[in-house]
Design a protein around this ligand. Structure first.
Ligand code: 5GP
Ligand code: ZN
Length: 148
């Protein structure tokens, strides 16, 4: 799909910090994280809404998401809890129109801190990018724990 940021990431035309990849999906660090170690899982195939994907691909995205959450926890992200979040459509705060599952590590009492970031996210402005160096280091840590 032309002019789609996440298609460009899937095709490596756009830089990202990759956590996992197979023939159907790719997972990478969110550049404006809502929690430290925030990962996005996307299908390589373009679609805007979840029900545009075949059922086995929908299930695959969640299954890989679940494995990545285990690795995030082993790496120290979201040890106490994680939000699995899928904003399915514009009215549901989807700002990037390519299906993506958020894996947002949470910490006890972090909600107040997250409110300004959430407000920016729903507008699509997002705020300050995390440095590529930091994202690459977090992705490496999560990747290592995916293997264990
Ligand atoms: P949505 O609001 O559509 O559910 O989520 C879109 C997500 O994409 C946001 O969490 C935002 O931080 C993330 N995002 C936006 N632009 C980029 C980018 O260029 N690179 C990466 N890795 N994430 C992005
Ligand atoms: Zn796309």
């Amino acid at each position: 799909m032309p002019n789609c940021l996440f298609c460009d990431i899937a095709q490596k035309k756009e830089q990202s910090s990759i956590v996992y990849e197979d023939e159907l999906c790719i997972a990478f660090m969110d550049i404006f994280p809502l929690g430290t170690g925030h990962v996005l899982v996307i299908p390589k195939k373009h679609g805007v809404l979840l029900n545009e994907l075949e059922q086995n691909l929908q299930a695959h995205i969640f299954s890989i998401g679940n494995k990545i959450v285990s690795a995030q926890r082993k790496a120290g992200f979201g040890v106490k809890g994680t939000n699995f979040l899928l904003n399915d459509g514009k009215a549901a705060n989807q700002t990037v129109p390519h299906i993506h599952l958020h894996l947002i590590p949470r910490e006890k009492g972090d909600f107040l801190k997250a409110i300004p970031k959430i407000a920016l996210h729903v507008t699509g402005v997002f705020g300050r990018r995390t440095s590529r160096e930091t994202l690459n280091a977090q992705a490496k840590l999560i990747r290592e724990h995916l293997l264990t």
